[in-house]
Design a protein around this ligand. Structure first.
Ligand code: 13P
Length: 251
């Protein structure tokens, strides 16, 4: 059975003391609570080791927000998947639309990053999603299908089975404009069909597909009630315990 997952993506927010306080606050808030989903927090590189040491990582998984597309070597300023794994991080967000748009990450680069993440025992949270013009032109299905095929479909069945997918329509990210639960369900079901076409129904049924884009305490429950929406990748609302906890509890 696939897992429900609520993952925060802090993006480039919080200093180290602020991030530690946020992570510890969440850890404290979850103590003694039983939740019906896996909880993950995606922090800046600089926070990973300290956050992983400060919280109960059996209850809250730690994610990086990117990794290098090389194994090691003379790549000044880059952070490798092996380095991330050595901090205690268990996940890495890859293919976020902000990385694709602002840092020109191509399908080919992302394929390499996914491979390196998996080779180092990290679970990629792989993001896909269309921009507004593509949605308005009715091209969202083909856009996400191509994003999946071009970066992921050379993986073995075993490796594909380790991924988490996150559908994040770019027009909904940070805009306060959420996809409706029906829009999310429609495309999540399509994504699962695309996966089933390549890896078989069992693999598709086991694949967690998260929704991201202005997901918050008021809309999470409706989104998560949909059959093919297995959780959320949360930006802004993951930056405070008060806003993030109700999303976790929406399951
Ligand atoms: P918001 O929740 O701030 O819209 O961001 C979503 C996102 O990009 C998560 O990766």
């Amino acid at each position: 059975m696939r897992k429900n997952v609520v993952a925060g993506n802090w993006k480039m927010n919080t200093t180290l003391p602020e991030g530690l306080a946020l992570a510890k606050g969440l850890d404290e808030a979850l103590k003694g609570k039983t939740v019906n989903c896996d909880v993950v927090i995606g922090t800046p590189f600089t926070h990973l080791a300290s956050v992983a040491a400060a919280i109960d990582t059996t209850k809250i998984g730690v994610a990086a927000e990117n990794c290098a597309d090389h194994d090691k070597g003379a790549y000044t300023g880059e952070v490798s998947a092996a380095m991330l794994a050595s901090t205690g991080a268990k996940y890495v967000i890859l293919g976020h639309s902000e990385r694709r748009a602002y840092y020109h990450e191509t399908a080919e680069i992302l394929k390499t990053k996914v491979n390196l993440a998996l080779a180092n025992g990290l679970t990629p949270i792989f993001c896909i999603g269309e921009v507004l013009e593509e949605r308005e032109a009715g091209k969202h299905f083909e856009v996400v299908e191509e994003q999946i095929k071009s970066s992921l479909f050379e993986l073995s069945t075993e490796d594909f089975g380790k991924l988490i997918l996150a559908y994040e329509p770019v027009w909904a990210i940070g805009t306060g404009k959420t996809a409706t639960a029906d829009q999310a369900q429609e495309i999540h079901a399509y994504i699962r069909k695309v996966v089933a076409g390549k890896y078989g129904q069992a693999v598709a049924d086991d694949c967690s597909i998260l929704y991201g884009g202005s997901c918050n305490a008021s809309n999470a429950e409706e989104l998560f009630s949909k059959a093919d929406v297995d959780g959320g990748l949360i930006g802004g609302a993951s930056l405070s315990v008060d806003k993030f906890l109700p999303i976790i509890e929406a399951f």
